[in-house]
Design a protein around this ligand. Structure first.
Ligand SMILES: Nc1ncnc2c1ncn2[C@@H]1O[C@H](COP(=O)(O)OP(=O)(O)O)[C@@H](O)[C@H]1O
Ligand SMILES: [Mg+2]
Length: 246
């Protein structure tokens, strides 16, 4: 289900730390129903991209460029207002509330706003997506496996009515089977109309679910295309998939 106008767009996005430019991206568009993957070596600027879209950073970078969400310019808004508008980062899995049960973690944090293009998941919707969480609903967040915590983090974001969902290396530390399960859940969410930006170091796993893949090198977009094409590009195959030269 792809629609013409992008849900999330960025134009001429540039980020610099202390005059040192670490990201320069002319154009990024993610449509409803689409998963766009971003890969690249450590330090390539992947997290910087996500943070710039959200207007957040650990440091004090100079950020320029335009960000729009469902046609609305959000690039001048503080992070919490972008979140309220439906631009949601799935938190690192260690950030779920470890002393609350799964059920308590899945308590609505915001009152749903009735806007087209937004779906606020309820707890039962999250359980339907991740049956494992229903089984674990009385367990504390701190007792969950990495994969379960990741599901919980996604679930919490879904309850906030995302238009676009951003994930920064969600597969880190997960058992291979759970990597597949978590990433496949993104496929289901995209099919239901969400726009997804997935930063992944597990390129092989990412290629199984993304529609398009972007390769960043030193803050620049050096390659992009449909997963099927990019996945067989020698630059990707050799550097990121560990493939032998043909
Ligand atoms: N808070 C910061 N202060 C200064 N430089 C930073 C900061 N955060 C990231 N950088 C620099 O920006 C570049 C991109 O980093 P990052 O986006 O974290 O890369 P990736 O997520 O692809 O590993 C790196 O050179 C990194 O050193
Ligand atoms: Mg990073």
């Amino acid at each position: 289900m792809t629609s013409a106008s992008p849900v999330l767009s960025a134009r001429r996005l540039e980020v610099a730390y202390a005059g040192n430019r670490v990201l320069q991206l002319d154009q990024l568009d993610i449509r409803a129903g689409e998963i766009v993957g971003v890969i690249g070596a450590n330090g390539a600027g992947k997290s910087t991209l996500i943070n710039a879209l959200l207007g957040w950073s650990r440091g004090r970078p100079a950020v320029t460029g335009d960000v729009t969400l469902s046609g609305r310019p959000v690039g001048r808004l503080p992070t919490h207002e972008r979140v309220r508008a439906g631009l949601l980062l799935v938190p690192e899995s260690r950030l779920v509330f470890s002393r609350m049960t799964v059920e308590e973690n899945l308590t609505p944090a915001v009152a749903p706003v009735d806007e087209p293009g937004r779906r606020y998941y309820r707890r039962d919707d999250v359980y339907e997506l991740f049956p494992r969480l229903r089984e674990r609903r009385h367990h504390l967040g701190g007792q969950l496996s990495g994969g379960e915590r990741q599901m919980l983090g996604i679930g919490r974001s879904l309850m906030m009515g995302p238009r676009a969902l951003l994930l920064d290396e969600p597969s880190i530390g997960l058992a291979p089977m759970l990597v597949t399960q978590v990433l496949q859940s993104l496929r289901a969410l995209a099919s239901a109309g969400l726009a997804v930006l997935l930063v992944e170091q597990n390129v092989r796993a990412a290629l199984q679910v993304v529609d398009r893949l972007l390769l960043l090198e030193r803050g620049r977009l050096v390659l992009q295309g449909p997963a099927a094409e990019v996945g067989v590009d020698p630059r990707i195959a050799q550097a990121y998939l560990g493939a032998h030269t043909a």
